[in-house]
Design a protein around this ligand. Structure first.
Ligand code: SF4
Length: 332
């Protein structure tokens, strides 16, 4: 019998700020500028230390896009001695590497130069394409212009940054739009070969948002989108579904082969009402599939040397560590 392998990364989630210049119709993550809107350095570094003790290998830096464009935000950031959120991200990523975790940053839309700089201290980076369609949910979100996001994903390819992207289902796009979004991702990957994984994420309605009364995506629709992704995308791209938002056991036959980051320590700040199942529980749900731990940079990109020289000793050490852990799990 062929054993299906499903990969995951053991991570911590660090929302540097919830302030964002966009106004997406489904978002409950974003907050206005207010007291406590920047995660303090002490909290970040303590979380990284605890994550390292728990065996985490990835620090996911996810935060609102261009928060500095929101009036008053930079005053809050200045308290910690930074003038720009990306300087803060860079410095916290440097500290995270010293403490033994690999940063993966998803900061929304970045320029070529900004990505080039952050790539020095990130093993991988990400940006959800979400959709190539122009939808109502994005009408007040300049960063969700599909052309802008496609350009960033292309720039990541030019910079040889191992990259995560994905589509968000149920936000007002059609099935045809999903097909087009996946085709665009495929075509970019054909040119640059840098896409590690594509997330197929289901919209979950949130109270207090303009889309609170919209229907969630059901498992049949999710399965259909995953099958479509498997058909369109080349086999070297993993297809990921988030195990805290969807019944992943039922989605394995549809074609998923990755679960993304799972944290033993932090919540999913974008969907805090949906707890991550823990690894043993997932293994139980997935039955005969084998859960295999990976880093945020996939093995083939480690082999190709697609990372900053500053990360080399840590990538080598953690790569060995997850391989040993997987072996112990397999034997156990
Ligand atoms: S870009 Fe992200 S954080 Fe900003 S409003 Fe949209 S979903 Fe929320």
């Amino acid at each position: 019998m062929v054993v299906r392998i499903i990969t995951f990364s053991r991570n911590i989630f660090l929302p540097l700020t919830t302030v964002c210049h966009n106004r997406c119709g489904y978002c409950s993550f974003r907050t206005p500028v207010r007291e406590g809107c920047v995660l303090p350095p002490g909290t970040i570094l303590e979380t990284v230390r605890q994550g390292a003790i728990l065996g985490c290998t990835e620090a996911l830096f996810t935060f609102g896009e261009r928060p500095g464009l929101e009036p008053g935000f930079n005053t809050h950031l200045a308290r910690y001695g930074y003038r720009d959120i990306l300087d803060y991200c860079f410095h916290m990523a440097e500290k995270t590497i010293e403490l033994g975790l690999l940063p993966h940053t998803n900061a929304g839309v970045l320029t070529y130069e900004e990505m080039k700089r952050l790539a020095e201290v990130n093993a991988s980076m990400g940006l959800m394409l979400e959709t190539t369609a122009r939808i109502k949910a994005h009408e007040n979100s300049p960063g969700k212009d599909p052309a802008v996001r496609i350009e960033m994903i292309e720039n990541a390819g030019r910079l040889r940054i191992p990259f995560t992207t994905g589509i968000l289902l149920g936000i007002g796009e059609t099935v045809r739009d999903r097909e087009e979004s996946l085709t665009v991702i495929r075509d970019i990957h054909r040119r640059y070969g840098h896409i590690q994984e594509v997330i197929i994420q289901n919209f979950c309605p949130k109270e207090g948002t303009p889309m609170a009364r919209h229907a969630p995506v059901d498992s049949g629709e999710m399965c259909g989108a995953i099958r479509m992704a498997r058909e369109i995308l080349p086999p070297d791209i993993a297809i990921q579904a988030p195990p805290n938002l969807a019944d992943v056991a039922s989605l394995v036959p549809c074609g998923i082969d990755d679960l993304g980051g799972i944290s033993p320590l932090t919540v999913d700040y974008v969907n805090p009402e949906h707890q991550w199942p823990q690894i043993e529980e997932l293994q139980r749900q997935l039955g005969n599939c084998r859960l295999v731990e990976r880093l945020c940079i996939y093995p083939r990109f480690i082999e190709k040397g697609w990372y900053s020289p500053r990360l080399k000793p840590l990538i080598n050490r953690l790569h060995q560590q997850v391989q040993e852990r997987s072996k112990i799990r397999e034997e156990g």
